[in-house]
Write a protein that binds this ligand. Structure first.
Ligand code: FAD
Length: 413
């Protein structure tokens, strides 16, 4: 049996930040990270397309959903950029407020975290999957039972940092959610978020590979729930793009309703002005094929698609489009609708919604019911939008959980 003062389960963004901050708070304590993959931090390497969008200048609960969204008021006091500065990583923000390492390299972020763990003497135990927490058979120590080798690791303070279920090849397989449930901890069932949405494949097939700037509204039973402006991308049976990702968590809430995405393909132009534009185009392109009618506004395939969706059978020549057809085309391009039939699942989702509910945790990320046990990161019921919000929460909640566990151990709380 191996024993540590502090054991962090999960060597992702939140676990690495937890271990570093625990050791910085209590350098004399022994700390270990236990990671099921052969190495820590695999997911970090995939973030931000390899550039690691690690935070955002505008951190507020409004950028998050889930029962733990108000935790942002606690974590925003912890500066992720200052933390990285202390690791020797300089950060910079882009015009949209997204914060990246100046190197634009996720590998340099992971290297800095791992170097600090090594400097501080955090032990990395990789290739070991924790299968349960044994609360019996303890005095002032907690026991972790490791199934793979019947190994037992004991620790005085334990931090759960096992992430959600998204992209299991990068490590997160949801096993800690199961362990939490077995401990009687209340969780919201997991669901994929920041994920492409599924639609009728026949409806989207002609648009494969197309992109469009649009205002996208997520509707349930015909009612608009939330709208976001951005670039929409169409692929095999799927609609994606950052704006769709940021709406995708709504599918879980409304999946028992008729869900659809409605897109305004000319969001900056009023209906009246769009009508004028189409009347004018009819004149300019009167002898052109209707296939070319809208190609001055949209890509040719998108223009053809909009007209087909609006009119069904189109006349051959633009001059034969009558005013009634123009009205129908205006209505379609201001509200191009796609039913939402599901999500692309955990394999394609960037984060997992659901998880440990807010009421289970104290201010310092310790479980109310189980003293000495802490949780952080994506394991909690919180979903950030695209833009660095999820990594910020993982690093900052991990850091605070690590500090709390170590302070508690030192008897400071
Ligand atoms: C492709 C992709 C790109 C992304 N890009 C961004 C971005 O640019 N900006 C942003 O803010 N967010 C981004 N995210 C989301 C962000 O990466 C996550 O929210 C964040 O990494 C969560 O950190 P975590 O430590 O909570 O969980 P994870 O990073 O999932 O780490 C959990 C770790 O625990 C280990 N583990 C799980 N169970 C056990 C067990 N039983 N025993 C031992 N070990 C276990 C796992 O192997 C894993 O290494 C992206 C996600 C993906 C998939």
């Amino acid at each position: 049996m191996r024993s540590f003062d502090i054991a962090v389960i999960g060597g992702g963004a939140s676990g690495l930040a937890a271990a570093i901050n625990a050791k910085r708070t209590s350098p004399g304590s022994s700390a270990a990270i236990i990671e099921r993959l052969p190495r820590t931090g695999k997911k970090i390497l995939a973030t931000g397309n390899g550039r690691c969008n690690l935070s955002n200048v505008d951190l507020s609960p409004d950028n998050y959903s889930g029962t733990c969204k108000e935790f942002i008021k606690r974590t925003s006091g912890f500066s992720v950029t200052d933390f990285f500065m202390s690791l020797g990583v300089i950060c910079e923000s882009d015009s949209a407020g997204r914060i990246y390492p100046r190197s634009h390299s996720a590998a340099s972020v992971l290297d800095a975290l791992r170097l600090e763990c090594s400097r501080l003497g955090v032990e990395e135990i990789c290739g070991l999957e924790i299968s349960g927490i044994d609360r019996n058979n303890v005095s002032d120590r907690m026991m972790l039972a490791v199934k793979a080798s019947d190994d037992i690791i004991s620790a005085k303070r334990i931090i759960l940092a096992g992430g959600g279920m998204s992209q299991p090849a990068l490590g997160s397989n949801g096993s800690l959610l199961g362990i939490c449930k077995a401990l009687g901890i209340k969780t919201i069932p997991a669901y994929p978020a920041l994920v492409p949405l599924m639609t009728d494949p026949k409806l989207v097939k002609p648009l494969k590979g197309q992109r469009a700037d649009a205002n996208v509204v997520f509707c349930a039973n015909g009612k608009g729930i939330k709208s976001i402006r951005g670039e929409v991308q169409f692929t095999d049976g799927l609609v994606s793009g950052i704006c769709v990702f940021d709406l995708s968590h709504l599918y879980e809430l409304y999946k028992n309703s008729e869900c659809e995405l409605r897109m305004d393909l000319l969001p900056d132009i009023s209906r009246k002005a769009v009508r004028e534009l189409l009347l004018n185009l009819r004149q300019i392109r009167s002898y052109a094929s209707t296939d070319d009618y809208l190609s001055g506004i949209f890509t040719r395939p998108l223009g053809i698609y909009v007209l087909k969706r609006a009119l069904g059978n189109c006349p051959e020549l633009t001059k034969d489009i009558d005013d009634r057809m123009i009205d129908k085309t205006v209505a379609t391009l201001k509200s191009l609708s796609f039913p939402v039939t599901g999500t692309a699942g955990y394999e394609r989702s960037q984060i997992t919604g659901g998880g440990i509910v807010a009421e289970e945790l104290r201010e310092n990320f310790e479980f109310r019911k189980i003293k000495g046990l802490y949780a952080c990161g994506e394991l909690l019921d919180i979903c950030g939008q695209c833009g660095g919000y999820n990594l910020d929460f993982a690093f900052s909640s991990g850091a605070l959980a690590g500090k709390s566990a170590a302070s508690d151990l030192l008897g400071r709380q």
